[in-house]
Write a protein that binds this ligand. Structure first.
Ligand code: NAD
Length: 348
């Protein structure tokens, strides 16, 4: 592991405090490039989810957060974005260490998108308006948008920090409080982000971060009666489980799931650009994208030449240590994903 990479916190962030899990449980997170253990991380159980939800509930109902002007919520999000920007190189290195994506990509794509996401939602905080509705009679009829409440947010490992930003940005801008459950493959950058959330000055309990495994930690969040909403990104089969379980407490749900995103190339296309696009569509982020171009339809008359050129480009791709500047493709995030991809290629 590069000696310069800062690991950051490894505990749970609950009610503004860094704490161990009540059961004292931990799990190891690995560097996918070397398969070496990076560190042990606190593993939240059902009781930890309960105390995180209680903290989020309290922060939603009482104290500084519900009292805060929307504009001040926006300022906190701007401040968080500034802190991320100041520490972007460190966060990019931590993302590369835990996820395996090339450092050049983490710097050029993940971090700028994270910063931009928080700034985008910071700007929304004081611009969420209702309507006035002209109805018959001497009445004043209007709508208001109010925060949903406590949001349980469950995210995957392919863009760990960006997935956290996409979930946290809108929830915080609108005045919700959050219990975030990062993916077990990539727990580290969300924790470092938690440190910056505390430093930015978000009130205690507004953002709680509980790492752990889906079937225990994620499921406890889905089952908890005081969570108003689950926002989930991941596999569609997990979403089916979540939808079934959330029915018990009639939670609101939003899902971002996987897809098979075809590229279609006709003979009159700009072939050089189409090859670049098809290659990028499939191999960006080691192919670990919900919208990866994993199917390609090519018009018959150019099929053979197009595929030959695409294969040539792919063979020239530089695989290797994600911290090396020349590396274009790093390792898959773990052995499971590696095996899954090989099973797809074997079955085609
Ligand atoms: P996954 O569904 O196994 O895991 C995602 C998250 O869900 C993890 O945090 C995991 O711990 C948690 N989880 C697992 N089981 C759970 C349960 N029973 N209850 C509650 N939480 C549970 O997904 P994965 O295969 O690890 O992640 C990759 C998937 O995410 C791919 O299908 C990819 O296409 C999709 N994805 C979609 C988008 C998008 O924006 N649509 C973005 C990124 C990834």
């Amino acid at each position: 592991m590069p000696t310069t990479t800062t690991i950051g916190p490894t505990q749970l962030l609950i009610d503004g405090q860094w704490v161990d899990s009540l059961e004292g449980e931990t799990f190891a997170t690995f560097n996918p490039a070397t398969e070496e253990k990076i560190t042990d991380v606190a593993c939240g159980g059902k009781a930890d989810i309960d105390r995180a939800v209680q903290a989020a509930r309290k922060a939603f109902e009482t104290g500084a957060w519900p009292e805060m002007d929307a504009r001040d919520r926006g300022h906190l999000l701007y401040k968080l974005a500034d802190l991320i920007e100041e520490n972007a190189d460190e966060l990019a290195a931590l993302e590369t260490l835990d996820n395996g994506k090339p450092l050049s990509m983490a710097k050029a794509a993940d971090l700028p998108l994270v910063i931009d996401c928080f700034r985008y939602y910071a700007g929304w905080a004081d611009k969420i308006e209702g309507k006035t509705i002209p109805i018959r009679g001497n009445y004043h009829c209007y709508t208001r948008h109010e925060p949903v409440g406590v949001c349980g947010q469950i995210i995957p490992w392919n863009f760990p920090l960006l997935m956290a930003a996409w979930k946290l940005g809108p929830a915080l801008a609108t005045g919700c409080t959050v219990v975030l459950k990062p993916a077990e493959q990539t727990p580290l950058t969300a924790l470092r982000l938690g440190e910056m959330i505390v430093e930015a000055g978000f009130p205690a309990g507004v953002v709680n971060i509980v790492n752990g495994f889906g079937e225990v930690t994620g499921a406890a969040l889905v089952d908890h009666p005081q969570v108003d909403k689950i926002a989930f990104t991941g596999h569609y089969e997990t979403a089916q489980i979540i939808m079934r379980n959330a029915a018990q407490t009639l939670k609101r749900l939003t899902f971002e799931l996987g897809g098979k995103s075809p590229n279609i190339v006709f003979a009159d296309a700009d072939i050089d650009a189409a090859i670049e696009g098809a290659h990028f569509g499939l191999f960006f982020n080691q192919g670990q994208c919900c919208c990866a171009g994993s199917r390609l339809f090519v018009e018959e008359s150019i099929h053979d030449e197009f595929v030959a050129r695409l294969v040539e480009k792919t063979n020239a791709q530089i695989l290797g240590d994600p911290f090396e500047a020349a590396t274009q493709q790093g390792p898959q995030v773990d052995q499971d994903q590696y095996d899954k991809i090989l099973s797809y290629t074997a079955s085609s």
